[in-house]
Design a binder for this molecule. Structure first.
Ligand SMILES: Cc1cc2nc3c(=O)[nH]c(=O)nc-3n(C[C@H](O)[C@H](O)[C@H](O)COP(=O)(O)OP(=O)(O)OC[C@H]3O[C@@H](n4cnc5c(N)ncnc54)[C@H](O)[C@@H]3O)c2cc1C
Length: 342
């Protein structure tokens, strides 16, 4: 059996990896790896148990290739948030050295992991023989194939794993998907030594941050309209928020990246109901490094005939192919829980 995988990011390379383990001949086509940050954060502090389960499994998978670096995770939440759903060991604190907390707020302390994602993806791309080409998806008579470098690539299975370009490639092929692209940003700062130890999710003020190589720290928030560029005063706004918590930080530059979201705010995977050999994995928004490898494993199981039902199956969301990406609450985000309970 032959699989053609489009997209050489986390979702594409791990799907290819597991398909090859299942005995498939794999042809990977994936443009350059363009992660805005060298290491991405994997947290087990998420409101949904299914996501925590996927993140835990992804961590096990990463450990086959690299040694993730452990850091302290500080989630700042209002005191009234119900933590009974947090399926990971945690400690609740009223104060954290180097971070200002106000009355009525709590810090939920867990352990996060910095994953050198760029390195892992590059390693797997090389090992699996991904070609560095741009692919077009084509659908004819209910079957998918791929065109890359002027050549037609046929597979028993075609996997679409092209990140924020999934819905664009699908539309060009005349089919639709419940996915939408958006812009996401990170501001890189010089920050004090105290904060390098922490990955912060501030769900009261609305920003998140993580250490890069000392003395650099990255922080950002939510969602921008695709193609519009950062909103005016973005750097100033994030800088004001982060300063309220940690004091002086010096902004260096703004990095723009592209993300993709599905209507339920989580990732999805599965077979396209109208195209017999086309499988899709995407919609990872801000947590593809956390859950991507484990979801890729589930997709490979599904393709190999051992699928399971879960909240991430594509079929559940096919009815919603047009929606506003910035109106979606991201599943991994405690902020979404706050909104539901407010
Ligand atoms: C600033 C920023 C910070 C982030 N921080 C974190 C974090 O700390 N933790 C976390 O879990 N997530 C984080 N994310 C989100 C994470 O990067 C994404 O969820 C993840 O990269 C999605 O993986 P993917 O494989 O679906 O897509 P991508 O990683 O975007 O990979 C898609 C690949 O497909 C290729 N491609 C696209 N179109 C084609 C085509 N036509 N032909 C061939 N190849 C194609 C692209 O070149 C790319 O290599 C962050 C994102 C940004 C922007």
């Amino acid at each position: 059996m032959k699989a053609v995988v489009v997209g050489g990011g986390i979702a594409g390379v791990f799907t290819a990896y597991f398909l090859r383990q299942a005995g498939f001949e794999v042809v990977g086509v994936g443009g350059e790896v363009a992660y805005p940050l060298v290491s991405l954060v994997l947290t087990l502090s998420m409101p949904n148990r299914e996501d925590v389960e996927l993140a835990g499994r992804s961590l096990e998978i990463y450990r086959r290739f690299v040694q993730p670096r452990e850091i302290t995770s500080v989630d700042i939440l209002p005191r009234w948030v119900d933590l009974s759903r947090l399926a990971t060991p945690h400690r609740v604190a009223d104060s954290v050295e180097g971070i200002r907390l106000e009355e009525g707020e709590m810090a939920v302390i867990t352990r996060d992991y910095l994953i050198p994602v760029r390195k892992v993806v590059k390693m797997l791309r090389e090992e699996l023989g991904f070609r560095d080409s741009y692919a077009l998806l084509k659908v004819e008579d209910g079957r998918a194939y791929v065109v890359a470098d002027g050549r037609r690539l046929e597979g028993d299975v075609v996997v679409l794993a092209a990140g924020y370009r999934n819905s664009i490639l699908a539309r060009e092929a005349g089919i639709s998907l419940p996915l939408a692209p958006y812009e996401c940003y990170a501001v890189v700062y010089i920050a004090s030594r105290k904060i390098w130890r922490y990955s912060v999710g501030d769900y009261v003020l609305g920003w998140y941050g993580r250490p890069l190589a000392p003395p650099l720290y990255a922080a950002g928030d939510g969602c921008g309209r695709y193609g519009q560029g950062p909103p005016p005063n973005y750097v100033q706004r994030i800088t004001n928020l982060i300063r309220q918590r940690v004091g002086r930080v010096v902004p260096l530059y703004l990095k723009t990246g592209y993300c993709e979201v599905a209507p339920h705010g989580g990732p999805l995977y599965g077979r396209h109901p109208e195209v017999q050999n086309l499988y899709v994995i995407g919609g990872f928004n801000g947590y593809g490094a956390m859950v991507g490898p484990a979801l890729a494993e589930r997709l490979a199981d599904l393709i190999a005939g051992q699928g399971r039902d879960d909240p991430y199956r594509l079929e559940r969301y096919m009815g919603t192919t047009s929606f506003d990406p910035c109106a979606v609450s991201e599943r991994h985000d405690w902020g979404a829980v706050l909104l539901r309970n407010a």
